[in-house]
Design a protein around this ligand. Structure first.
Ligand code: HEM
Length: 397
């Protein structure tokens, strides 16, 4: 069977995309000094037990790469529960649901702007700007500043691609310093906006975050900036990957594409299956707090675990025919958006943007196929699976 990974030459490390299984569900990698977790039940156990498997991975990285204040994703209970409750107060499902008309209008505007040449570069024309503008507008920072923060975020990802606990080379230190510098640009930028909202509140999410109060407690300036940071970064790459990956999955299976075109009520299920089959975030990280036995291995305390949710999503112990893209799976308990207390807070937004954008794309382009002469380019990070460039042909001729 030729897979999408074979057709387009995806990262060799992404063996699960080629229908291969790991030798063991849990194994130690002496090259990086980290443990790899590939199995579904093992991943589920880790994500469901924050007491044993901590999200505070900052203690494992060199000091220069440690943020002054940990963000939501790196906190454990009880701090995590407190902060999540506070930010959930501002970032509610209703706030997201109300964005649907704006997401549709933006999608149409962006596609109007894309020259009608019979071609579309999905990432530059739609999948990148759409989520960034949506999250920027929601936060209350100008969407037109996206070129400014794109360069910081892109450089952050470039610099953080290769990390090893074993090879603490000078190059790695320089890379980490570079990443931290870019992160600081973004934090300073958001900090200025947040400080401004304290003085002059507006109808936006930054103001709501500044004012959010639970049990008499408010977010500190650093906490507001940290959370806005996560949202802006998450808004940059995640939905971009989701949209690109979904279009690629449908492109590889014309019968599924025809089905999705004919019955748009199936789009949410198509998106869920895309999250399972081509999971954008391939790996999450955790640290063991204590010695623990799982997946047939004895793992000591203070070990860094890479939880490969993308591989777990292809575990035949959980999913029948895991290498078949089948949107009719029901249930589809994939781990693409995480699980447990850190389950993706942006899931309703990602799902909504994915559904609305895909629906409009299918409406506007009766023909939408990849171009064999101009293959997609993928993000170079081994921890992510997503397109960086996706040229599409929009006319059959
Ligand atoms: C957490 C995936 C879109 C905000 C997570 C986690 C995953 C994930 C796997 C769990 C991290 C962990 O357990 O360590 C995705 C994917 C997306 C997406 C695949 C798109 C398809 C978004 C968007 C936003 C967002 C659009 C916001 C604008 C967050 C936040 C967390 C999170 C704030 C941290 C929650 C916590 O730690 O309690 N996401 N995400 N995500 N995501 Fe997303």
């Amino acid at each position: 069977m030729t897979t999408i990974a074979d057709t387009w030459g995806l990262h060799e490390g992404h063996f699960w995309l080629r229908g291969r299984r790991p030798d063991q569900p849990v194994s130690f990698d002496a090259g990086t000094g980290m443990w790899n977790v590939y199995g579904y039940p093992e991943a589920l156990r880790i994500l469901g037990d924050p007491k044993t498997f901590s999200s505070d991975t900052s203690r494992m990285v060199p000091e220069i790469a440690r943020p002054a204040e940990r963000s939501l994703t790196q906190l454990d209970p009880p701090m995590h529960s407190k902060l999540r409750k506070l930010v959930s107060h501002a970032f509610t499902p209703k706030v997201v649901a109300d964005l649907e008309p704006r997401i549709a209008a933006l999608t149409n505007e962006l596609l109007d702007t894309a020259a009608d040449t019979g071609r579309l570069e999905l990432v530059a024309d739609l999948a990148y700007p759409l989520p960034v503008i949506v999250i920027a507008e929601l936060l209350g920072v100008p969407g037109s500043d996206r070129y400014l923060f794109k360069q910081w975020v892109d450089k952050m990802f470039e610099g953080s691609q290769r990390f090893s606990l074993v090879n603490r080379s000078e190059e790695q230190e320089r890379n980490l310093e570079f990443v931290m510098e870019q992160a600081k640009h973004l934090s300073d930028y958001l900090g200025e906006h947040a400080a401004e909202r304290r003085l002059r509140p507006r109808a936006d999410l930054l103001t709501q975050l500044v004012e959010a109060e639970v049990d008499g407690e408010r977010l500190s300036q650093a906490e507001v900036v940290n959370f806005a940071n996560i949202l802006l970064i998450a808004g940059h790459i995640t939905t971009t990957m989701l949209l690109g990956n979904t279009v690629l999955c449908l492109d590889a299976q014309p019968e599924q594409l025809a089905r999705a075109r004919a019955d748009r009520s199936t789009l949410p299920a198509v998106i869920e299956e895309s999250l399972r089959f081509f999971s954008p975030f391939a790996a999450l990280s955790r640290v063991t707090n204590v010695d623990v036995e799982f997946g047939g291995q004895q793992v000591p305390a203070d070990q860094l675990l890479m939880v490969w949710i993308a591989a777990a999503n292809r575990d035949p112990r959980q999913f029948a025919d895991p290498d078949v893209f089948d949107p009719s799976r029901d249930p589809n308990p994939h781990l693409g958006l995480g699980r447990g207390i850190h389950f993706c807070l942006g899931a309703p937004l990602a799902r909504l943007e994915g559904k609305v954008a895909l629906d409009i794309l299918l409406d506007r382009f009766p023909h939408l196929r990849t171009d064999p002469d101009e293959p997609p380019l993928f993000l170079p990070s081994p921890n992510m699976t997503g397109v960086r460039k996706l040229p599409l042909l929009t006319s059959a001729g």
